[in-house]
Design a protein around this ligand. Sequence first.
Ligand code: FAD
Length: 162
Amino acid sequence: MTRREHEITDMNRITEILDKCKIVHLAFIDEGKPYLLPMNYGYTMEDGRLTLYVHSATEGHKLDVIRENPTVSFEMECDLEPFEGKVACQYGLAYSTVFGMGTAEILDDPKEKGAALSNLMKVQSGKDFTFDEKMVSIVSVIKIRVTEYAAKHRAVPEGLQK
Ligand SMILES: Cc1cc2nc3c(=O)[nH]c(=O)nc-3n(C[C@H](O)[C@H](O)[C@H](O)COP(=O)(O)OP(=O)(O)OC[C@H]3O[C@@H](n4cnc5c(N)ncnc54)[C@H](O)[C@@H]3O)c2cc1C
């Protein structure tokens, strides 16, 4: 992936962004066309390897799309702060973002699904929840093994107003 301006490589900063964003924009390939959905997510970061978890109903178009083509791309953003300048081209938006690509897998194993749902709830709410087999049986859980990712932070430029 091309390295760009404002890139963050500090793993602590990247996990801070992942903790904050709450919504991932997840893009699938639907018979050659993009199919993009916002979803809540959980994640793990182990030795720099990022995995995302999302959950959904047990039926729906995205599940059919994943079965046909598990390749996904994603983006999430937070810390949005509009800023102003004297002329239109100085206006802008400060942000933090993580972008990447990966492979989606619909999980079958109830234990793995339960652990993923606990992770998702922890990331979303900061609270600990456990899930029994009956609870996990009524949702689908999608694991996304992220193959590459990059993070960026654009600050409000010095001298410009928030
Ligand atoms: C902020 C936010 C967070 C969300 N978090 C989750 C989540 O964690 N888990 C989850 O399962 N869903 C979540 N959703 C809903 C999600 O974006 C999808 O709408 C939902 O998962 C159904 O997707 P599907 O492919 O199964 O569509 P289906 O139910 O099969 O519907 C098919 C059709 O509905 C239309 N459609 C699908 N999604 C949308 C949409 N978002 N807006 C308008 N039209 C749409 C499209 O025409 C699509 O082809 C969230 C939505 C928002 C806005």
